[in-house]
Design a binder for this molecule. Sequence first.
Ligand code: MG
Length: 367
Amino acid sequence: MEINRIQVYKVDLPIDDGPYRWSGGNEVHYFDSTIVRVETTDGLCGIGEICPLGASYLPSFAEGARVGIERLAPELIGCDPTLISVLGSHMDNLLKGHPYVKSALDMAFWDIMGKVAQMPIVALLGGRYGDVVDLYRAISQGSPDSMAEQVRRYRKMGYRRFQIKVGGDPDTDIERINAVADVLHHGDVLVADANTGWLPHQAVRVINAVRGLDIYIEQPCETYENCLFIRRNTDFPFVLDESIVDVPSLVRAISDNAMDVVNLKIGRLGGITKTRQLRDVCVSSGIAVTIEDSWGSDVVTSAVAHLAHSTPDYARFSASDFNSYTSLSTAVGAPVRIDGTMVAPSGGGLGIDLIEENLGGACLDIR
Ligand code: MG
């Protein structure tokens, strides 16, 4: 079997409760997502998606993803898509770095592999742990009252895990954390995610001011070293996200005891293959994981569900369902949130089919 066609779609995802705001005054009104469709000589097709969080969150951006895919795609025509690791090495040889460019392609190869095997990706990854995957809801940065109100509203929809966007003015962030903590119930989980937005002195102030609350602190500062300094000066359970970009950065952080939880974003790491690699290192090291991505629609959410559901439940902190943040469906068969949880689809591969009329025409068609 060979790849004989790669199509690329640019899809603008509206945000139902937009705009979405996080640290540093960043704001996004819609998400520019890229979906790839990889066809084979056997008539199979695999799909993947990459949706950066704007251009200023991580070193990735939507146009860059498409230009990178355009560069790699001709070199993939004629290759066997089921040789997933071999193709990963091939892409790394053709284009150094830029893991987000390769993420959607790797996802599509896994989708094809699952269709060949007639097994869902969750089964190829070793099988399901537990009946459902618990989801978290990201709460866009706003006034303390509006964030508490959002948490109340999403709680009624079934979520029990909340990741509030702080990383702004420390005085306001202290109010944000207190206002949200006030509306939580027993058993709810609250993560204050600064998304690299605090300098160490600001992080220390906020952490000292909210001492006594039952919360997690996530990625307070931009550099790993500054995060480690905060980690060593707080008793709060600690999450790293943006600082963990590959196996070496993860191994270093584990040996420094730099966190209790790692958020693994598929696009930041370069696809399902590499996310599984880091996930497995975390699980074997007693580090809990959140499986997620920067953003995305039904395709990314399905990939997240397969990875999350195949993660041992004792090490699974949470997962994201970004397809429920947007009214635009890109595929049928994707996970649907029920009471703050989702399950991995059971069809072959990702277990979903593109809704082509919702994608517009392909912006690239490489044969
Ligand atoms: Mg985060």
